[in-house]
Design a protein around this ligand. Structure first.
Ligand code: NAX
Length: 344
């Protein structure tokens, strides 16, 4: 039997903490399944090069059977040449006194040239996941600079938020995480994100399915208690979990972000089956989200493409939260457009 075709995977920010948690799992086969040969390209800036080189030495020492090659570069054209999957992790963190506009501009100067390099050299089937914050708008900039690549190939990570929501619900109900399906993250990967359990499903130990809101209301003491828990505990806890991790761990989420990135690409390439997950994808206008914005939706992946789950009823309180988060996305879009980052 002939060997499967190798997949070229570019990881930017490979010398950083998410890169360190991500690369070993890609190389081990966790992302694309064992038996698929991977060729890793690590794209860094000069300051991050030594760390990326050290990581590459350790990757070699793992002797992963599916890892065909590792190349390290500081040149975006080389990094993205022929790439099939691009994980854009490297970005500019918010420094002291930096306004949102400064942050968007600093990241624009990273993501705009990377978009142009993807446009020029990536494989025809390239899939792009932006992890570096502000992830949704960085993905928008990258896509705008890559007009020859379909907009649907540019996504941003909200799977970590999705997993955080699953985990919070499961611990509240004291059930396994695997028994919860169909939670949703809507909107921006920011404090305005909208974790939504209203379409969630709980599968009990006997295989019977229950409405998640009903199960939560029963556990919490009724419908009013559920509303209070959603507003005061669940939504803020999920939306601000990144800050909680920083406060406790002393640095930002890394392994959990890497695990979420692995799952995002795994499901995008290999399919979600009948269940759904959350990903920030380009809006086609579904659920009143302005077309063209990259916003988180409930999605399925079918034949290698994300499809937004259609026809869900959105409650007035969730609607108001989505509108607020999408407003933030359109403000960010307007700022980067004014900076000339979305092209002419
Ligand atoms: P680190 O500071 O540890 O690593 C970032 C790496 O990127 C550094 O090695 C740096 O040299 C490199 N880099 C900077 N500019 C680059 C460029 N132009 N090309 C290539 N590499 C470049 O950060 P880390 O903790 O790994 O986080 C990376 C990004 O993920 C941050 O923007 C962070 O905010 C974001 N996150 C996103 C999450 C999400 O769910 N979407 C969650 C986790 C994380 O907060």
């Amino acid at each position: 039997m002939s060997k499967p075709t190798p997949v070229t995977i570019t990881v930017t920010g490979a010398g950083g903490q998410i890169g360190y948690a991500l690369l070993f799992r890609i190389a081990s086969g966790a992302m694309l399944g064992s038996g698929t040969p991977v060729r890793l390209r690590l794209l860094e800036i000069p300051q991050g090069l030594k760390a990326a080189e050290g990581t590459a030495l350790e990757l070699a020492d793992c002797a992963f059977p599916d890892l065909e090659s590792i190349d390290i570069t500081t040149d975006a054209a080389t990094g993205f040449d022929g790439t099939n999957i691009a994980l854009l992790v490297g970005s500019r963190p918010r420094g002291p006194g930096m306004e949102r506009g400064d942050l968007l501009q600093a990241n624009g100067s990273i993501f705009a040239p990377q978009g142009a390099a993807l446009n020029a050299g990536a494989a025809d089937d390239v899939k792009v996941l932006v992890v570096g914050n502000p992830a949704n708008t960085n993905a928008l900039i990258t896509s705008a600079q890559a007009p020859d690549i379909p907009a649907g190939r540019f996504t941003a990570l909200t799977r970590l938020d999705h997993n955080r929501a699953l985990s919070q619900v499961a611990s509240t109900l004291q059930v396994p995480v695997s028994s919860i399906d169909n939670v949703i993250i809507w909107g921006n990967h920011s404090a305005t994100q909208v974790p939504d359990v209203s379409h969630g499903v709980l599968t009990d130990a006997d295989g019977a399915q229950h409405s998640l809101p009903e199960a939560l209301a029963a556990a919490l003491g009724g419908a009013d208690a559920l509303e209070a828990w959603l507003d005061e505990t669940f939504i803020p806890r999920v939306a601000k979990r990144g800050a909680e991790i920083i406060a406790v761990r002393g640095s930002s989420s890394a392994a959990s972000a890497a695990a979420a990135a692995i799952e995002h690409v795994h499901d995008w390439v290999l399919g979600t089956g009948s269940s759904w997950t959350s990903a920030a994808v380009v809006s086609d206008g579904s659920y009143g989200v302005e077309p063209g914005l990259i916003s988180s939706f409930p999605v399925r992946s079918v034949n290698g493409a994300f499809e937004t789950v259609q026809g869900l009823t959105v409650s007035p309180s969730v609607r108001a939260r989505i509108d607020k988060s999408v407003r933030e996305l359109s403000e960010e879009r307007d700022m980067v457009r004014a900076l000339g980052l979305l092209g002419p």
